[in-house]
Structures are given as C-alpha cells and as structure tokens.
Design a protein around this ligand. Structure first.
Ligand SMILES: Cc1cc2nc3c(=O)[nH]c(=O)nc-3n(C[C@H](O)[C@H](O)[C@H](O)COP(=O)(O)OP(=O)(O)OC[C@H]3O[C@@H](n4cnc5c(N)ncnc54)[C@H](O)[C@@H]3O)c2cc1C
Length: 402
C-alpha cells in the first residue's frame, strides 16, 4: 500500500491533483459519485469553459482569509496554467475581460484531455462510487463506499461545494472535514441571480447595459456594471453575478438589502435631463411611454410611466423631469433572496482555511488528510478565477500528497 492515494471527487481540482501526484510516481485512485467524470467542468462558461484569466489577482479571491490562495497562485499563475493545458494539447484564446477559453470553445475537450492524461499516467477511476465516510486507524485511512472499506495512506478531499446539486454537488466534503475536527465558515451561494420584492413581470426579458449599486442597511457596499436582465423573479445577468456575493452574504446575516440600477450610465443626470428636455420639443401629445420608446425598451418605458402618474409627455414639468431622470438612473429594487444553490455557480464559505496548510493543502488537524478546490472557504469572482483556484490548489495538493 506504499504511496497509495485516494482522491475523492473527479472534478477540476481532483483531476489536476491526480495528474500531478501520478506524474511523481504515486498510485492514485479517484472516487467519483457521478457516472461521468468532470460533469461540472462540462457546464462551465456556457459549455465553453472559461479555464482561467489573464489577470489573476489576490483581490479576485474571497473568504475569511483570502491570502490563503497566495502560495498556490504564486506557483500556478495564468502562464503556468496556459503551459499546463498547452502540454495537454489545449490552446487557450482570450475572450472579454481577460477570460481564457480553449480555442475549440468546447469544455468537453478539457475533460477528455485531463482524463486521457490521468489514464496515461495510470490513475484509476471508480465511478458511481460515493464515499460515505472516512475513518482513520493508526496511519491508515478507510474510505467507506457502499458496504466496502478501502484502505489508503493519504486522502485528498476534492468534493467541491454546494452549487448546482444536479452536477454532483453535495455537503459530503464538509462532513468529512467535520468528522476530523475541522470547523466550517458558513456557506452561502455566490455568482447567483437575485430575487426582488417588486413585481417585475411587466419587464421580464428586458436586458440593459447598466450599472448597479448594492446597499446593506442603507450603506453602499459594492458596485458593478454590465448586463442586467430583468426576470419574473428579479434580476440576473453578468453585473448581477458580480455583485451577488456581497448581496448573498448580507442576506445570510438577514440585513436589509436594496439595489439601485442606473439604466443609462452613459449619461450624467444633467446630460439626461437636457436630452429629455430636447426630446420634449417633439413630444406632440404622446404618452410618456410612447415618448420614451425608441430611447429605452418599450416594456421599460411603460413600467416607468406607471411610476410617474403623468400621462402626457407634454405635461412633464421640471420637477417631473427630475423625477423621471431619478427613475431612469436610480431604479430601486428590494432584494429578498437569491435563487439559491440550485442555480448558483459557486459556494462561498466552506472548510476553514486557518486549519489547512496553504502550501501543502494538508489538514493541520489530521496528518495525511488534504483539501483542495471549492470545498475550502475560498471563492472567486466570475471570469475563470474559480476554476483557476481549483486547478492551482489541486496542483499544490498533488505535489505535497506524495
Ligand atoms: C454552471 C456553472 C458554470 C461555471 N462556469 C465557470 C467558468 O466558466 N469558469 C470558472 O472559473 N468557474 C466556473 N464555475 C465554477 C467552477 O466550475 C467550480 O468552482 C469548480 O468546478 C470547482 O472545482 P472542484 O474540483 O473543487 O469541485 P467540482 O468541480 O464540483 O468537483 C467535485 C466532484 O466531487 C464529486 N463528489 C462530491 N462528493 C463526493 C463523494 N462523497 N464521493 C465521490 N465523489 C464526490 C462531485 O460529484 C464532483 O464531481 C462554474 C460553475 C457552474 C455550476
């Protein structure tokens, strides 16, 4: 049994850890509860897999102790990541905001090439094999799978977080960690859509290139700009994903949360008011909604007209024009909830990183037990940073575990 390593989870982190350890001569067994390897990787980047980002900074990472990522990111940066996937045969190309994708724009190539490399190096996969419990006697760990116990020297828990359970996510990594005395940082969904109190059915499907500010108990907490999509339940789109970690954290602690959306960030308030005054010269008795059509989406113009209680655009006086500018640049929505782990891309919170060695990823409480990827209390911004953490921490663990 010398140098026998078990990796729980054939996701992004587990696969890179398996390659790294097997390259160094370890006998690696990977246990995966799904029928398929890398099911979540297949779903990433809308099926295109945003593998990493050209600009990886500490500020893209979150958790109680974000600098935990430093040793892994120093060893495995964007260039190392490019070289690692280049060796597998993946050419990375740049999309918006420094995001790197496989040239084929197919996440399937990432899974296939990682699996090919694992198998070439002798890694053995055990699929539809859910590890239920881990125990330890002396130096030997026992993994409990169905009615069998498997004995190994070292274990890497790469079970991911709670986001999108349909892809295999569950809390088993947290349970394993707790059974060895680890503490947890409270989990909440991140990179997730937000549910609003207001009835937005009338503008469902409208998408704007806007900006959004988040207020917790009346205090401004964060800001983002980009796509904002109104839906039956609330708001979605890239700007919403960007602010969702902060919003979701506030909701976890039951804080009052509202957002202010600027539907026309390209104009200052003064510019917008002047423009509307100019447009008023040609209003010719039009309703406010019709007068705004051609300037903003017609569903939005009807929605805003309702809030003004003025029917004709000709009737808008200076005070009402100011009110209209406010409505267009400060659309206020109250956020009740997120869409939850069911649709979230990432889990914030997880195994407390104070209890794990940031260089080796080994538990400080239990020798021979390692953690990597999303199971730890590290999450990141949208843009390839989460997968990068999974690969980088998997590589750190794969190196140290042998
Ligand atoms: C829809 C979607 C799109 C995303 N897009 C991107 C993107 O483009 N770029 C980016 O950077 N990030 C993206 N992410 C986030 C990223 O995919 C994750 O952060 C990353 O996959 C985490 O890797 P991991 O190896 O830690 O966990 P996972 O990839 O979740 O792998 C964990 C594996 O462990 C298995 N497992 C769990 N418990 C057990 C057990 N007890 N026994 C056996 N097996 C078990 C699970 O089935 C799973 O296969 C996306 C996430 C989602 C949901």
């Amino acid at each position: 049994m010398s140098n026998q390593i078990a990796i729980i989870g054939a996701g992004a982190s587990g696969l890179v850890a398996a390659i790294t350890a097997a390259k160094r001569g370890a006998k690696v067994h990977v246990y995966e509860k799904n029928k398929k390897i890398g099911k979540k990787i297949l779903a990433t980047g809308n099926g295109r897999c945003n593998v990493t980002n050209k600009n990886i900074e500490l500020s893209n990472y979150h958790g109680l102790n974000p600098s935990f990522v430093n040793p892994s990111l120093n060893r495995f940066n964007a260039s190392t990541c490019k070289a690692f996937f280049g060796d597998l045969g993946v050419e990375l190309v740049e999309g918006q905001r420094g995001r790197l994708y496989p040239r084929s724009l197919q996440s399937s190539c990432i899974v296939e090439l990682l699996v090919y490399e694992c198998k070439r190096l002798g890694v053995e996969f055990f699929l539809e094999c859910e590890v239920k419990k881990i125990t330890k006697k002396g130096d030997i760990f026992s993994l409990h799978v169905d009615d069998k116990s498997l004995h190994v020297n070292r274990v890497l828990v790469a079970t991911g977080g709670l986001a999108m359970p349909t892809l295999g996510s569950c809390d088993s990594g947290y349970e394993f960690a707790k059974s060895f005395g680890h503490s947890m940082v409270a989990t909440h969904p991140s990179l997730v859509q937000l549910v609003c109190k207001e009835d937005l059915k009338a503008i469902s499907g409208v998408k704007v290139e806007g900006s959004i500010e988040v207020y917790e108990d009346g205090q401004n907490k964060t800001y983002a700009s980009g796509d904002i999509l109104f839906t039956n339940y609330g708001i979605s789109g890239s700007a919403i994903l960007d602010i969702s970690r902060v919003a979701s954290h506030s909701l976890l602690y039951k804080r009052a949360l509202h957002v202010k959306i600027d539907l026309l960030p390209e104009y200052s308030k003064e510019e917008l008011k002047n423009l509307l005054k100019k447009r008023q010269k040609h209003s010719n008795g039009k309703s406010v909604a019709l007068w705004l059509d051609g300037f903003i989406n017609s569903k939005l113009s009807k929605f805003i007209e309702k809030s003004l209680h003025v029917k004709s655009a000709d009737e808008l006086n200076n005070k009402e024009l100011t009110k209209l500018v406010y409505a267009l640049k400060n659309m206020t929505l109250h956020v009740n909830d997120t869409k939850g782990f069911k649709t979230a891309e990432v889990t914030a919170g997880g195994v407390n990183t104070d209890e794990v060695n940031s260089t080796t990823m080994e538990s400080k409480l239990q020798a021979g037990l390692y953690f990597s990827g999303e199971v730890l209390d590290i999450d990141a911004d949208c843009g390839g940073y989460n997968l990068h953490w999974a690969w980088a921490s998997g590589m750190s663990a794969g190196k140290a575990i042998i």
